[in-house]
Design a protein around this ligand. Structure first.
Ligand SMILES: Nc1nc2c(ncn2[C@@H]2O[C@H](COP(=O)(O)OP(=O)(O)OP(=O)(O)O)[C@@H](O)[C@H]2O)c(=O)[nH]1
Length: 342
């Protein structure tokens, strides 16, 4: 008889450290001879880090929308397919940073009607410094979403503690315990969690937290699923989405580079991004080196990693935020990009 495949959900706001954790999980699975499968969801049209995941790991991608709303039906289908075609030992779902975790959990439980799947743990990664700033303001859509993601978890990874003063850690922990007294809390830098904590049985997951009210608020919204305004330019080098409700505050710009960029100018450009661009990532070629780089921008921190992809990858950048000028951003990128192609 078929085994039941355990499913784990990784959630947390944009740039909190989910992919960093997923990479650790995949390394651990490999060292133990476990066969994982992953389902990655991105609000952008390109799965930047997905391009770098080892070819032999079964992976399903849901792009250009959030599984909690536009792609929710697909989540169930993809999960059933992943399970039936690959018979993995475990499935990990990494949601977008703007996902409502309850909707994902509903999607997984729905899929378990059609395949032998069982939702085990919901792990929310929290960017300690970002949350601290939001706590001090105490309101706003991002703050509300962070809270919902925290409430839905049974494991909380309080990450980026290297960027938080030790005096502030207690305030963060108190907030987490207050919003979710049942979850296990682990403090980390670079999402370094013992895998045993992630796989342990932490008891039932509560599908009826307060955030349920938000779920209904969203799903009754007349724009949900339907009113996404997509506009492509003709040469397909850029692609702009205006996402309507429930993520009506989220906008995404995906830009395909035509050539290489100047590394110094590109870094300076990232560092002056407006505060309402929360997240950027991509793969760039620099004019001054033959290598490719994965760049990351999350809450004002910039990171570059030299990469050697196993397969052909796109040189592309994705920017996620709210209320920023998409045309200004694209114009800046075009100026950088045309440096080598005048
Ligand atoms: N300083 C610091 N940076 C971190 C830590 N954990 C992750 N990062 C960096 O934060 C950036 C975002 O990390 P990711 O793991 O890609 O975050 P994510 O949650 O997958 O982001 P999304 O895909 O936008 O949802 C990367 O540049 C990481 O290297 C940490 O503990 N401290």
């Amino acid at each position: 008889m078929d085994r039941v495949i355990p499913v784990y959900v990784l959630t947390g706001f944009l740039g909190s450290g989910k992919t960093t954790l997923l990479n650790r999980i995949l390394d651990d699975a490999k060292s133990r001879g476990l066969k994982p499968a992953i389902l990655l969801n991105e609000v952008g049209d390109v799965n930047v880090e997905g391009q770098l995941i080892e070819k032999d790991i079964p992976m399903s991608e849901l792009l250009g929308g959030c599984i909690c709303c536009t792609s929710r039906g697909d989540l169930g289908l993809e999960l059933v397919q992943l399970a039936q075609e690959n018979r993995p030992d475990v499935i990990w779902i990494e949601s977008t940073g703007v996902a409502q975790p309850l909707e994902i959990m509903d999607g997984v439980t729905e899929a378990s009607l059609y395949a032998k799947l069982e939702l085990k743990n919901v792990i929310t990664v929290v960017d300690g410094r970002h949350l601290l700033d939001k706590l001090r303001i105490g309101s706003g859509k991002t703050f509300k979403l962070m809270k919902e993601q925290i409430r839905a978890a049974n494991v909380l990874v309080l990450n980026k503690t290297d960027l938080v003063h030790s005096d502030d850690l207690e305030e963060l922990r108190n907030a987490l315990e207050d919003w979710n007294p049942h979850a296990v809390i682990v403090q980390t830098t670079r999402s370094e969690v013992a895998p045993e904590v992630l796989y342990a049985d932490h008891g039932a997951i509560d599908l009826n937290t307060d955030a349920d009210s938000v779920h209904h608020e969203h799903c009754e919204d007349e724009h949900c699923d339907l009113d996404h305004d997509y506009s492509h330019d003709h040469d397909h080098t850029r692609h702009v989405h205006d996402h309507a409700s429930p993520h009506d505050h989220v906008n995404v710009v995906t830009y395909f580079f035509k050539g290489g960029v100047d590394s110094v100018r590109f870094e300076a450009f990232l560092k002056q991004l407006p505060d309402n661009v929360y997240r950027a990532k991509g793969i760039v070629a620099f004019q001054d080196t033959a290598s490719l780089f994965l760049f990351q921008y999350a809450y004002r921190e910039v990171d570059f990693l030299r990469i050697t992809p196993q397969k052909a990858v796109n040189n592309v950048a994705v920017f996620i935020g709210e209320g920023f000028s998409q045309s200004d951003l694209v114009a800046q990128l075009e100026r950088l990009d045309t440096l080598i192609a005048p």
